[in-house]
Design a protein around this ligand. Structure first.
Ligand SMILES: CC(C)(COP(=O)(O)OP(=O)(O)OC[C@H]1O[C@@H](n2cnc3c(N)ncnc32)[C@H](O)[C@@H]1OP(=O)(O)O)[C@@H](O)C(=O)NCCC(=O)NCCS
Length: 174
């Protein structure tokens, strides 16, 4: 799979996700979200994603002061098995020290280019009503948000992911 266009800021490089990224990604999510034991987030990232959903998923690494590669961002996405013309973005995260520098938008642009190569015409994702940063980021990336109720002041689908778990549906044409 080729990753086209959209370079990362200097010092960062992208590569395909692999199974050995599972525990480093879980650790990074705990650290980046400020809750090291964040069990709910860990449950969203079981090992199966790092085994069976690596083709369109990417990690971004930076070289730290000791010369070691350090995780800076990751994107987990896949081509829908049900709707092969769609790509679904499951999770994106950027180390707070690398935010607002175009890392996530580069990850998305690279994904869009690869998805177009595969003949896909649409990208789907969801986010939660409380995650205003994610909503703003996806709006900036051209996603259209939808919902059928007002939850926490925004349009969202109530009980989308179970009782009390409202989600905003996000869609973008390619
Ligand atoms: C949301 C997230 C992935 C954005 O990553 P990023 O690398 O900082 O995003 P970019 O720099 O590529 O932002 C592109 C544009 O999106 C918008 N944007 C991104 N984050 C935003 C925020 N928190 N608030 C408002 N607008 C935002 C801006 O318009 C930005 O353009 P600008 O930098 O010129 O202002 C990152 O903040 C993150 O990891 N958040 C925690 C995890 C998360 O919520 N993931 C999404 C749900 S799984």
């Amino acid at each position: 799979m080729t990753y086209l266009t959209a370079a990362f800021p200097e010092g960062l490089t992208g590569r395909p996700l692999r199974e050995s990224d599972h525990l480093p990604v879980l650790a990074a999510v705990g650290e980046w979200w400020g809750t090291p034991q964040a069990p709910e987030l860990g449950l969203l990232l079981p090992r199966l994603f790092f085994q069976h959903f690596t083709v369109l998923s990417e990690v971004v690494e930076a070289v730290d002061v000791t010369g070691e590669q350090r995780l800076a961002a990751f994107l987990i996405a896949f081509q829908s098995a049900t709707h092969p013309e769609r790509v679904y973005i499951h999770f994106v995260g950027v180390d707070p020290q690398w935010r607002s520098q175009g890392v996530a938008s580069s990850l998305y642009e690279r994904l869009f280019a690869t998805a177009r190569e595969l003949g896909c015409s649409r990208v789907d994702a969801i986010t939660s009503p409380a995650n205003r940063g994610s909503q703003a980021f996806h709006a900036a990336m051209g996603f259209v948000a939808s919902g059928d109720s007002v939850v926490e002041g925004v349009s969202a689908y109530a009980d989308y992911d179970g009782p009390g778990h409202a989600r905003i549906a996000l869609t973008r044409s390619l």
